[in-house]
Ligand binder design. Structure first.
Ligand code: 4NP
Length: 155
């Protein structure tokens, strides 16, 4: 089974939104048994918390399930266990790289590296308050990431 982990700073706004949308796409395509999806934060402030109200509102609006998603902190083991670790911005990527040992073969990339988007960072809605803009970026990134995975792993 291919394993994909979305990573942001707090694991309450962007990465749980990406986890929920990506799982939703997998279910729509009947691929949920072939690809495992999870999310984590580089920080530990919100461990155990449900997604931010803004993320819950946008997922409700698009009728995307997020039941059971709780914040957790990224671990070194994640960098061995997951095939893809997908950060939301360059800060996330730098934090992931400093945790990853040289033995890690995980693919570490930004979500928008997979889409046609000009600015490759997903802005943090915890500070901007713009959850709708973030959903549009995450939605496009998740669709492009899934296309990439389907082609590259022949699933
Ligand atoms: P996220 O947003 O990384 O998209 O989950 C944040 C959530 C919380 C904090 C920062 C960013 N915080 O500083 O508590």
């Amino acid at each position: 089974m291919l394993k994909v982990l979305f990573v942001c700073l707090g694991n309450i706004c962007r990465s749980p939104m990406a986890e929920a949308r990506f799982r939703d796409l997998l279910i729509r395509e009947g691929l949920e048994q072939k690809v495992l999806v999870d999310s984590a934060g580089t920080g530990d402030w919100h461990v155990g918390n449900s997604p931010h109200e803004g993320t819950r509102q946008i997922l409700d609006q698009y009728k995307i399930e997020y039941k059971g998603i709780k914040a957790r902190q990224l671990t070194k083991d994640d960098l061995l266990n997951f095939d893809y670790v997908i950060g939301m911005d360059m800060d996330n990527i730098n934090n992931v790289h400093s945790l990853a040992g040289s033995e890690s073969v995980t693919i570490i990339s930004r979500l928008l590296d997979y889409s046609e988007q000009g600015n490759k960072d997903v802005p943090d809605p915890y500070y901007t308050g713009n959850f709708d803009e973030v959903y549009q970026l995450i939605d496009a990134g998740c669709q492009s990431l899934l296309d990439h995975i389907k082609i590259n792993h022949k699933i």
